[in-house]
Design a protein around this ligand. Structure first.
Ligand SMILES: C[S@@+](CC[C@H](N)C(=O)[O-])C[C@H]1O[C@@H](n2cnc3c(N)ncnc32)[C@H](O)[C@@H]1O
Length: 406
């Protein structure tokens, strides 16, 4: 199909409509950010993207480009409040295939509602210098540039091809922020000190470079995640100085793809055969498998993840058996499989030298005893030596030190 360029007026109308939608949803709250949304052409940043479609066996990704679906449909989809995946498997774009394909999303244009909610939560003021981590398509970088002026914006993208594409798109839209192709967990010292740091990829702990490159009183906004897959929603920290900061969890179920060095190591297929080969034992438990469901806005899963930070979640069934959540810690060669028995009691099947479910039971029991507080009741304290997520008392039973080594 040949792409016919849509009427540029329709892009303007769609942008205004998007601003209305985001205002009504409560994501867009202030006039300067509304002007930015009305100004920045999202279509320049995502010429092509993937739409998720559920295949019979696995999720597939349908390429959406002007050539494949027509320029009008591509433009209309661009201005919906959706996340559009722009890269699969660290390299495949929508222009590389004509048909739906499987893959793992590795870059995307986050739904505008979340982008602007984060920008509002960043509490920028005129003249602030901002460091953004995870440029992606550059759309959020464009909004920051429209709001503050390109000269105050630095954005870091780990993937060079993605970064190059963002530079071209930003330039086409009339913006020239500092764009760095590097690991954003290292920040970007030449532009420091920053008044604000915002990450659109999720971290396991707050990178020390972000603290060191922030002005005291500056704010860091990010999502945090762990290897069981639970996200913190947004977290905002105020930088104290000398490597310290205090933060609050803002609530919500927002999540981002992991910052590349903070992602869980890939498990190879030998894990499956290992689990089948080692002897397992079963025991009763007071904490059933449902705590691994993100039914309560992530909190119980997030707590399990704090209790066993090196464990990963694998969900699969063996032969024709039920699909079960397997908690695997390869560093301890141990696995725990919580399940419900036919009489609906909670039980756990475990293998390996360490009972991985024990710390989860302790943590969840303490959490329940405290009244099952939601994540937005938790805080994070960061010092040069440690990072602690806590509820009630940083030294109390509901406090966990984060892994800061990776
Ligand atoms: C959700 S996308 C970014 C969304 C984008 N800011 C927007 O406006 O929609 C996350 C991006 O973070 C990038 N990323 C992952 N790890 C990173 C890291 N360590 N440093 C910088 N960028 C990283 C990914 O390559 C991806 O492009």
């Amino acid at each position: 199909m040949t792409a016919v360029e849509p009427d540029p007026g329709s892009a303007t109308a769609l942008r205004l409509h998007l601003a209305d939608v985001l205002t009504m949803s409560g994501d867009l709250r202030t006039t300067p950010w509304r002007s930015a949304v009305e100004t920045v052409p999202r279509e320049v940043f995502i010429p092509g993207f993937f739409e998720r479609v559920d295949g019979p066996r696995e999720t597939m990704w349908r390429p959406v480009t002007p050539e494949l679906v027509g320029a009008e449909e591509r433009l209309e989809l661009t201005y919906t409040d959706e996340t559009w995946v722009t890269q699969l498997n660290q390299g495949i774009t929508a222009f590389d295939t004509d048909v739906p394909i499987p893959g793992v999303p590795t870059s995307s244009s986050t739904l505008p509602g979340l982008v602007v909610r984060m920008l509002e939560e960043l509490q920028v003021e005129d003249g602030n210098r901002v460091l953004e981590i995870g440029t992606g398509t550059g759309y959020s970088t464009g909004l920051l540039s429209a709001r503050l002026g390109s000269e105050l914006v630095t954005s870091v993208e780990v993937d060079r091809r993605v970064a190059d594409h963002a530079v071209r798109s930003l330039s086409a839209a009339g913006y020239a922020p500092v764009l760095v192709a590097d690991d954003g967990l290292l920040g970007h010292q030449p532009g420091a000190p920053y008044d604000r740091v915002i990450a659109t990829c999720a971290v396991r702990h707050i990178p020390s470079a972000w603290l060191a490159q922030s002005r005291p009183g500056g704010l860091i906004l990010t999502t945090m995640l762990g290897w069981l897959g639970a996200s913190s929603g947004l977290v905002r920290l105020e930088v104290i100085g000398n490597g310290s900061a205090e933060g609050t969890f803002l609530g919500g179920t927002d999540s981002f793809m992991p910052a590349r060095p903070h992602a869980a190591p890939k498990l190879d297929d030998s894990v499956y055969s290992w689990i089948e080969e080692v002897g397992t034992t079963d025991r009763r438990t007071v904490v059933g498998p449902e705590i691994l469901d993100p039914w309560d806005g992530w909190t119980s899963l997030f707590i399990a993840q704090l209790a066993i930070p090196d464990a990963q979640l694998l969900t699969y069934g063996i032969d024709d058996g039920p699909v079960l959540d397997h908690i695997v810690d390869t560093s301890q060669q141990s696995v725990a499989i919580p399940y419900r028995t036919p009489d609906e009691s909670a039980a756990v099947r475990r293998a390996g030298p360490v009972d991985l479910w024990k710390p989860v039971e302790r943590a969840i029991t303490e959490w329940r005893a405290a009244g099952s507080p939601a994540l937005d009741q938790f805080r994070i304290s960061v010092s040069p030596d440690s990072q602690t997520v806590w509820f009630g008392d940083p030294a109390g039973p509901l406090s966990w030190k984060l892994r800061t080594s990776a």
